[in-house]
Design a protein around this ligand. Structure first.
Ligand code: ATP
Ligand code: MG
Length: 257
């Protein structure tokens, strides 16, 4: 199989970074409320838990190209976060195939990847390790992460004491401490305040100029139109439309107004 750099030489415009082939994800949802986790575990072993099966993604085909900013839009529960999870390998697809040609820095739903009892400082090292960086490598970028997040006075507090915006600041700062090949962002820009959003956009622009591929989910349609090269609309687990940001956003808006 050709490597990414071989493909790069052959056709600079058309290097796939993420490919989803007929990807479907089925969740299993318990149909009744079970009081405690212990009770749930016992009944699970006894096979006395009834489940409903639910297809959150249904036959998604999608190729994200190297160097593009690709946006996913869609209503609550449409399957956007689930798509990012299968790409980040947090979740395996029930059917189909996911291929990723590069190192991913995922920034999934708020708090995913953070440990609430640990401090900001500890979470920085923990997250760095999850992204594959050693202690030394993290030492080198630690101050930069703290500075970018502007969380200096709070860095030794457990992050359960952080506001959602502070979570987002820490998450973005860690995920982008090193230039990522593929950056995945789930609704992160909308949580930070305006000043922080502007900083995030600048950093994303830099990454992009250096060849990074960005896949982002947002309910901020203006942001999506401004930042993305292409947008995909997910509707009830299906990819409904894909194309020019303005066109896809307009179609989505028309149906949801
Ligand atoms: N762990 C889970 N177990 C069962 N069902 C789940 C699970 N995670 C998500 N779902 C269901 O899958 C569907 C898709 O969820 P997903 O989180 O991907 O939506 P989304 O498009 O990101 O929505 P939002 O805009 O609200 O973030 C929803 O109906 C949700 O209830
Ligand atoms: Mg979501």
């Amino acid at each position: 199989m050709p490597t990414v750099s071989d493909q790069n030489l052959a056709a600079k415009e058309f290097v796939p970074m993420i490919q989803l082939e007929n990807v479907s994800v089925r969740y299993r949802v318990p149909t009744e409320r079970i009081g405690t986790f212990k009770e749930f575990a016992i009944r699970l072993i006894q096979r006395k838990v009834n489940f409903r099966y639910f297809w959150a993604l249904d036959g998604i085909n999608l190729t994200v190209k190297k160097g593009e900013v690709f946006g996913l839009i869609g209503n609550n529960g449409a399957g956007k976060s689930t798509t990012l999870k299968v790409i980040s390998r947090v979740l395996g697809p029930t059917k189909g195939r996911v291929r990723v040609y590069g190192k991913i820095a995922p920034l999934l739903e708020l708090g995913a990847g953070f440990h609430s009892e640990l401090t900001g400082r500890e979470n920085i090292y923990l997250n760095g390790a999850l992204l594959g960086y050693g202690h030394e490598q993290m030492n080198r970028v630690f101050q930069n992460i703290v500075d970018f997040s502007e969380l200096g006075p709070f860095i030794d507090a457990p992050i359960r004491t952080y506001s959602s915006g502070m979570y987002a600041r820490l998450g973005f700062s860690v995920a982008t401490a090193h230039q990522p090949e593929i950056l995945i962002l789930d609704e992160i820009l909308s949580v930070g305040d305006e000043a922080f959003q502007a900083k995030c956009r600048d950093r994303m622009r830099d990454f992009r100029e250096n060849g990074a591929t960005i896949l982002m989910v947002s309910h901020g349609m203006k942001t999506m139109e401004e930042m993305c090269d292409r947008v995909g609309w997910i509707d009830h687990g299906k990819l409904r439309m894909i194309g020019e940001p303005a066109e896809v956003v307009a179609a989505y808006r028309q149906e949801n107004s």
